[in-house]
Design a protein around this ligand. Sequence first.
Ligand code: DAH
Length: 341
Amino acid sequence: MIESIAAIRAQAQDFTITDKATLEAYRLEFIARNGVINDLFAKFKLVPNDQKKAIGAALNELKQYLEARFKEAQDHLERSVSPVAAPIDLTLPVVPETLGSRHPINIIREKITRIFAQIGFAVADGPEIEDDWHNFGALNFPPNHPARDMQDTFFVQQDPAMLLRTHTSSVQIRLMEKSPMPVRAIMPGRVYRNEAISARAHCLFHQIEGIYIDKGVSFADLKQTLYYFVKELFGSDIKIRFRASYFPFTEPSAEMDITCLICKGEGCNICKQTGWVEILGSGMVHPEVIKNCGHDPEVYTGFAFGMGIERISMLLYDVKDLRLYTENDVRFLRQFAHLAH
Ligand code: DAH
């Protein structure tokens, strides 16, 4: 009997418990109702009286050991359950992932680029830091023109003058200088002016310039091209009108208005009760400008136009403060997420 007790203790000691299944196997083997320990207690009845005391003590000690070993293994298993292994509830709703959004300036720039691409306009670009010739001189600005004033232009260097371009018209010059005729392109880009920042003005904004020069291009082509553009961007019931204007680089020059999108031409605060809002400047490219770029204005004629992207985006998306475009407040930007995906 004493030998059996020692053997069982050794067995229990060697029994490896690694998980719930082996723990249960241990329980059934040693301490369950039909386990080894109860067998021994059954046999204990047959032990002669003079040995009962010693064997009884050994048996009790074995029982305590077997139970203690069980308890210890059970505690250990419970403590080592890893949180990763927690059951996953596949029926729970997914946590929605927040998507980024395209900036409204980019959305409009791409819309406009696509509209002009459909009628054969390529996309060109040029540097934001310009010399005086490309930003002013070649565009026919007289030397003492007020636009060259420090009040408007950010100069990077005085002599020779280097500046942050004040409009994308500088890219017209760069394009015509390097291209054989004909040219037909739009030129989106960032421009800079020395203005105090407010709801209606900023020192940094975006323009899209357009140019088409070929043999026999007329004002009728200008009008028809811009009419097509406006209908594509704003819808087919939008009307346009031209107002005579002045730019040094075009002759004749015209500013173009469209039906006010807010009041549909009825008259409101936005259009100052006129029913019209201005969206771009345009004109027939001045013969001097064509000549400045190395082409013959007797052979080639064409038109150009320039518009502010912020302004168009404000009209289309009803944005009332220019500063919103550069503040990057996600509450503003998120509103455009559905347009970009
Ligand atoms: N450069 C002008 C501006 O910044 C816009 C403009 C007017 C561009 C007439 C043109 C044009 O190409 O023909 O206000």
